[in-house]
Ligand binder design. Sequence first.
Ligand SMILES: [Zn+2]
Length: 496
Amino acid sequence: MSIRVGPQCADAPHRWDEHMVARVVDAGLLQRHQEAFRDGICWSSDYSGYDAPFLALEIFHSSVKRILGEEFGPVLTHVACDFDPLPRSILASRAAIHGGCVLRDLNDRLPQSILDVVDAEESAARLRGRAAAAAFYRMLDAVLHDDGASLFLCAMKAPCVMHDQDCYVNALASWRASVEDFGAGQRPLVVNFSGITCVDWTGVGGQERFSGRSERPHAIWLRHREAAAAQGIEDVYFSECSTRYPVYQKQVHPLASTHHVLHVEVDPTALGHPVSRKSMFSAGISKATYVWVGAQDNNAVQEEFAALFHAPLELGGDAYLCAIEDEVRVYNAQHARQRKRPRLLSDAGNSYDTLVQSLGPGAMVRLETYRPTGAAFADVEQNELGYTSRAGNIIPSMLRHGTIVSFNKNRLVTQEELWTAQGVDVMPQAWGSRGASPLRDALVSLPSWKHKRLRGNSIHIPTAAAWIAYVLGNIRKLDLRLPESMTDPDPASEDS
Ligand SMILES: [Zn+2]
């Protein structure tokens, strides 16, 4: 029996991909991954920000490929979609180099005539109050369920910012249109990941829940999954949201006829990573194309996932403080300039005084409040009793307006270090055999507030990778063929 260990030495948190794959091998799941990935993967994502889940998939995929060799299937297509121009610009800079489509919005999946009606009725309902808004969103969901088969067609297209035209929304259609020839029986695994808008369910959001504006994109996303599964053109979806998201009401019951839905609540600290970000991850397995062979009851799913990946937390957040002295000096100087405190430019070393001077007035006060607590880290933009971001020995959950300080080092935690803690490889000191993230160049040149916003809306990549690895390691393919319509040379012919 192998011993499951968490990160043991200073560089261990950065070798998380090796730890993860070792566990997958120990658990005997590798053969299922080999089967699942054999014909390649078609990936799409909706409202996933800079698409951290895709980075998670890529890292897991190349870790397995190192063991299984070249015949391990490739990642074939990548169709990302986000309504927010900031993450979309990161997705676009990546697609410009690596290919793929970047779509503007989930709303673009509905015809304009329907959108006009939805816009008008949504506004009217919201004016009537929360109960009316919730009733409207329930009605919208019911309509999209009833009409999904005719709305969310395989050959559906939407405006793409990369190609300045309408491109395929469904990843399988995008792949099919890009290949001239494919082997008999060849059928990639088709996956969607959504970081469905969480704001109405989080502790820091407005708690609008079923009457919140995020209900509309959620309904479009959900009913698109339902229709894609019914047509046999999508196999697995994943989502990530706040632990307050009611997954039974929002996914398990609505998709009961098309998907087997499972979920876990997990914080990176449970997997041995000294950074906090508690989330709920779900997955839906299309009953038309795959069968779930893991634990059936959801409590057992949580236990099975824990048995596979949980690890003791043996290191504090200091494990991420990899910046060299010069990088810290440059970072301090940038903050001094922003605060218009030029004295720091000549004295930008690590002293408590320098740290205090590089903060805004409110953050200075909070710094003094946190200091006597003995915490190694605190987010000095959040109050001491803040629910989501606690001071302590690990990196607190990263929020969109956070400023995280290290009391041990008497300095700010740098942007690069925070990206590293989130699992994006921007520091050579920490990226190990994975190498630089494909997003590194696009990210490092951004101003500080954009870094914060992107991270605050995102997910912890090693945790997402563990969830993807668990789910894809517990599915079995049914008889998989391309739908007849897609054996045509161009799937567009289906509805033109
Ligand atoms: Zn495109």
